[in-house]
Design a protein. Structure first.
Ligand SMILES: NC(=O)c1ccc[n+]([C@@H]2O[C@H](COP(=O)([O-])OP(=O)(O)OC[C@H]3O[C@@H](n4cnc5c(N)ncnc54)[C@H](OP(=O)(O)O)[C@@H]3O)[C@@H](O)[C@H]2O)c1
Length: 206
């Protein structure tokens, strides 16, 4: 695979290539979602839906590292994992409705989409931000609730990746590799990913 040299950075030394391969897309998506679009600042409160996923788990750690109060959603089996990443609160989406538990938030970072994204509007304060990795949130609802909405289209930004790698090297950003498969099993990898319950990144090895 080729790309402009300006888009490459050195991988963090402490992690192997499989783990390193799982960093850029997930971490840059989270970084650009919560900081570039969501304008997350220290002391603010953020809801991260799908906090146990590849992107969500990066977002939890980046937000926590920024000094935000983090509320993550996921299924019960991932509660301990998400709390260990630094989430202050965990909401089990199979048992509870997050919109009944949190309100007046500064930022929602949505990695689930659909009905989850629709309901997230109710949790924001006026002037808040709803950023999704899945689909563009409704402009009509944004007007109704007085919030700013955006969808992240992850871009390779080496300066951000350098910052991200520093966090990996200092142990402040942990990476979750779900499984490593040979390239010949690309179909299985795709099915795993599409099912939406992979528990981390799926790595294909040539
Ligand atoms: N726009 C971009 O640039 C960009 C970049 C990267 C990814 N994406 C998109 O972002 C989304 C997330 O990607 P990912 O790699 O993080 O996916 P992932 O690793 O498959 O994670 C999805 C997570 O969401 C959880 N989940 C499923 N339904 C949920 C619900 N209703 N409420 C709360 N959590 C729920 C799952 O946990 P359980 O298994 O416990 O249910 C799983 O841990 C995907 O749609 C992907 O295509 C977009």
């Amino acid at each position: 695979m080729t790309a402009p040299a300006s888009e490459f950075v050195h991988k963090p030394k402490q992690i192997d290539f499989d783990t390193a391969a799982s960093v850029p897309v997930a971490a840059l998506t989270a970084w650009q979602g919560i900081f570039d679009h969501g304008k997350l600042a220290s002391g603010q409160r953020i809801l991260i839906t799908g906090a146990s996923g590849a992107v969500g788990s990066m977002a939890v750690q980046l937000a926590k590292n920024k000094g935000a109060r983090v509320i993550g959603t996921g299924s019960g089996r991932n509660e301990e994992f998400v709390r260990k990443l630094g989430a202050d609160e965990f909401i089990d989406y199979k048992k509870e409705k997050f919109e009944e538990k949190v309100r007046d938030l500064d930022v929602v970072f949505d990695t689930v989409g659909g009905d989850t994204q629709e309901r997230a509007f109710q949790t924001l304060k006026g002037g808040g931000f709803l950023v999704s990795t899945v689909s563009p949130p409704s402009a009509e609802k944004a007007k109704e609730f007085g919030v700013t909405v955006a969808m992240v289209q992850m871009m390779p930004k080496p300066d951000q990746l350098v910052e991200i790698n520093r966090l990996v090297e200092s142990g402040k950003l942990k990476v979750r590799v779900a499984t490593v498969l040979p390239l010949a099993e690309v179909k299985k990898a795709h099915q795993l990913s599409a099912a939406g319950h992979a528990d981390g990144k799926i790595i294909l090895r040539p």
